[in-house]
Ligand binder design. Structure first.
Ligand code: ADP
Ligand code: ZN
Ligand code: ZN
Length: 816
């Protein structure tokens, strides 16, 4: 008897055992995909974990449905890495597999349920839950299992479905997902029978009576000689003026043969590689220091001010890896924001660059996956967002984590809630590769690690070309309001500088942290502001569509004409977003071209790239944007950056808010004056004496670091303590509170005062579910592994408590 243990892409802890025959056992290895039956009627794609001959105790194994691969598509080191992620971030291997594999690999049969026609059922004969499903199907048939789950608001709906199946109320259909199909290109060649010279001669003689066909052949030979590679049928038709019909008849006569070659979708269509730039002295020094640092450290932090030319240093390190035949992973926080970088790297490395991102089509992702696995030339350098670290690298030499301080490297939902920076370091160590973290404003955690000599540390203190860092001026808008020097949201200073910049033919970037028109709409008479019916937040006004929208669940309604509560028509907008700033600008600067960059204007696939191109081509004079404009963009002609209000950043209720404000403001400021002339930055605030703003204004990273570190120590936060946040969600507030309290008390039994909460977050209800949080703080000497083990044991006890069965618990390790 032979067995395989498989990983299923579902949130269940263990692997599952299936039986296989002798041949299958000999053929299968770790990393193969197999289709297996699961539950009543489901077919899943599973990943082989191991092949063995030990029968499991206590149950009969099912046999697999079929094998899906000719060879393993997942490597042993991937599995090791994923096991680390599962254990560190407290989730299941199945959840990691689900996040890691392009969904086309997880061919899965979705179970579809529909009502059986004309079946009469007595409503009263059904149990409550069964009736709910039955009723739902009468309104909308078919449903899939996920629909049923959300109707009943529970995870396990198998029993309900089984009962309905048994009494013949419903039937089940299987719908198999579309499978990956490579794009094929048609080629043409001479049939082998004519390859010998003699037979060819004979053929050409024969064809003298069919000059068109003869011509086609001659053109084919010429193309073959020219291209020295397979000749596509399109190319032949284009070259020879031949009609498709003469080609066809040659094929019909078995003189020519058609064949297909897989054509990869992702093709670099650019010029040949350009020369790399000569490094400046300080870049050269930094490069050498990094190389030296890697001798002693697996991880090195490159702290280089904005526009110091970090990218050029990366380029040298990449070159070196390619020479050694190694793969390089270049990670960025958000791929949408990196159009510029991709083209910069493609200029140097041409077709060796592949891009991997969850927004890419299923097909593109599968192709990159296969290319990386096969160590293809075109997949030597992978640029990707966080999910790229799941690719099947075979021979990884270096991982660059650019803008390494960015919080979006941490995945929040769904599980695995992994930090891509930290998971990258682990991935690199599995490959005995190096990791370079690059940032102008490193996270406190990384800088601390460098200080402790856990990471190597290299600095680039000057901008490339010795351009000065921008001058930063704080503007007290409380004062300006008092003196009536504000026009809308603009102080006289800011307006003055915008005018001057535009007069110098330079461009302006304005930063406003909120999108929409004005976050809050309020009735002047009774003070009521419209709320989202599903979440505990006020709706945001979007002028363009004249809508009120919820940024948490997407709920939207038409803008109110009168107050819902008192009927008054004096509805006022408080606060402000990018859209309102844009509107004000249009009337303040009617002769200039003004654009806006935020989530709402960058929805379409190319919208973002178009905006960037317009800014680069200086078609835009003033760009208003959210933090999207802060990241890694390199423009030549930005003379002024204005921050409309720094206070809503600083007042965010989170222990990282101050660090984050410093980073964002420095990054935004860094967009100004990147070439030759020193740029200017104006920051408007009600709070010009805030320490963080002072530190921002004099580029005092170290001052910020020291002070924030001191606070983290005082209040027991990272890097001194680790944190794990446990979140409870339920439709029923009382039940949710009880569950969170039960859990907290259980944790406190062992972990004492380091368990904080339960606490209600600022937005206490989202999508109709109440939220409660518990925070576990773990001091450095306390074993992390043991703490997690303990949390797991509390979780198991919790799962066994019936009254809590509807509560969704999620665990977030190193939460952001
Ligand atoms: P960072 O990533 O540190 O913000 P970049 O790598 O974007 O900085 O470099 C800033 C600007 O300086 C870019 O326009 C880049 O092309 C230019 N630059 C950097 N290094 C060099 C160099 N060695 N030679 C010429 N131009 C350079
Ligand atoms: Zn009112
Ligand atoms: Zn909502």
């Amino acid at each position: 008897m032979y067995f395989i243990d498989v990983i299923l892409p579902i949130p269940l802890k263990q692997t599952f055992t299936y039986s296989v025959n002798k041949d299958e056992a000999a053929f299968l290895k770790q990393g193969f995909r197999v289709a297996v039956p699961f539950g009543k009627s489901k077919l899943y794609t599973a990943i082989v974990y191991q092949v063995h001959d030990t029968a499991p105790h206590g149950y009969e194994t099912k046999s697999i449905d079929h094998i899906l691969d000719e060879e393993a598509i997942i490597t042993a080191s991937q599995i090791k890495h994923w096991e680390w992620i599962a254990s560190y971030y407290m989730c299941t291997l199945g959840e990691v597999v689900k996040a890691a594999l392009p969904s086309a690999f997880l061919l899965e049969s979705e179970t579809i349920i529909s009502l059986v026609k004309d079946k009469v059922v007595e409503d009263t004969s059904l149990r409550d839950e069964d009736f709910l499903v039955y009723e739902a199907l009468q309104h909308r048939s078919p449903l899939n299992v996920d629909d049923v789950k959300s109707i009943l608001d529970k995870k396990n709906v198998v029993l309900v479905l089984k009962r309905l199946l048994d009494i013949g109320v419903i039937e089940v259909q299987e719908e198999v997902y579309e499978q990956y199909s490579p794009k094929l290109k048609k080629y043409i060649k001479l049939a082998p029978a004519y390859e010998k010279e003699e037979s060819l001669k004979e053929l050409l003689d024969q064809l003298s009576r069919a000059p068109k066909q003869r011509e086609v052949l001659m053109q084919l030979f010429m193309l073959q000689a020219q291209l020295k590679k397979p000749v596509g049928i399109d190319a032949l038709l284009a070259k020879s003026n031949a009609s498709a019909s003469s080609v066809k008849s040659l094929v019909a006569k078995n003189i020519l043969e058609e064949y297909y070659i897989r054509k990869d979708r992702i093709n670099y269509e650019g010029e040949d590689a350009t020369e790399v730039k000569t490094l400046s002295d300080s870049q050269e020094t930094a490069l050498q220091e990094i190389i030296t640092s890697f001798k002693r450290h697996d991880v090195t932090l490159l702290h280089g001010v904005t526009s110091s030319g970090k990218t050029e240093v990366y380029v040298r390190l990449i070159e070196e890896q390619l020479k050694a035949g190694k793969q390089v992973l270049y990670m960025l926080p958000e791929i949408a924001l990196t159009t510029q970088l991709i083209s910069r790297l493609q200029q140097y490395f041409g077709a060796q660059v592949s891009v991997y991102h969850s927004k890419y089509s299923i097909h593109e992702r599968v192709e990159v996956w296969n290319n990386v696995l096969a160590q293809k030339e075109k997949a030597q350098i992978i640029i990707g967002a966080r999910s790229s670290l799941f690719l099947p690298f075979q021979n990884l030499g270096l991982i660059i984590v650019d803008e390494a301080h960015e919080p979006s490297f941490k995945q929040y939902n769904p599980s695995p809630r992994y930090h891509a920076r930290d998971s990258a370091i682990v991935l690199a160590s599995l490959h005995k590769a190096k990791t370079l973290l690059g940032s102008a404003t490193p996270s406190l955690e990384s800088f601390h690690n460098a200080e402790l000599d856990k990471y190597g540390f290299v600095e680039l203190k000057r901008r490339f070309g010795n351009v000065l860092l921008p001058s930063i001026e704080l503007i007290d808008i409380k004062e300006k309001h008092k003196k009536k020097l504000m026009t809308g949201h603009f102080s006289d200073r800011l307006l003055e500088e915008i005018h001057e910049t535009l007069n110098n033919n330079e461009q302006v970037i304005l930063f406003q942290n909120r999108r929409g028109f004005s976050p809050i709409v309020e009735c002047k008479t009774c003070g009521t502001s419209p709320q989202c019916p599903n979440c505990d937040v006020s709706l945001t006004y979007h002028q363009y569509k004249r809508q009120l929208r919820c940024h948490y669940c997407g709920y939207h309604m038409a803008m109110l004409v009168e107050c819902n509560a008192c009927g008054s028509d004096s509805i006022d907008s408080k606060g402000f977003g990018t859209e309102q700033i844009e509107t004000e600008l249009l009337s303040l600067f009617p002769k200039h071209s003004i654009a806006r960059m935020d989530q709402d204007t960058t929805r379409g696939k190319h919208a973002y790239a178009k905006l960037i191109a317009r800014l680069e081509n200086e078609e835009i004079d003033i760009l208003v944007g959210t933090q999207m404009i802060a990241k890694g963009l390199d423009f030549r002609n930005i003379g002024l950056v204005g921050v409309l209000n720094a206070d809503n950043l600083l007042n965010f209720p989170d222990f990282r808010a101050h660090e984050r404000s410093f980073q964002l403001l420095q990054q935004v400021a860094g967009r100004a004056g990147r070439t030759q002339k020193r740029g200017k930055v104006l920051i408007q605030t009600y709070n010009p004496h805030h320490t963080i703003l002072k530190q921002v204004s004099v580029n005092d990273y170290r001052g910020m670091y020291k002070e924030q570190l001191e606070e983290r120590y005082q209040y027991k936060y990272p890097p001194y303590y680790r944190t794990i946040r446990i979140t409870f969600k339920d439709k029923n507030l009382t039940k949710n509170d009880q569950a969170a309290l039960w859990y907290t008390l259980a944790l406190q039994k062992q972990l004492g005062a380091n368990v904080l909460g339960p606490e209600v977050p600022p937005v206490a209800r989202v999508r109709n579910k109440y939220i409660s949080n518990v925070l576990v703080k773990i001091p450095k000497p306390q074993s992390l592994a043991k703490t997690k083990e303990y949390i797991n044991s509390v979780q198991r006890a919790f799962n066994l408590t019936k009254e809590f069965s509807s509560i969704r618990v999620s665990i977030d390790v190193d939460n952001y």
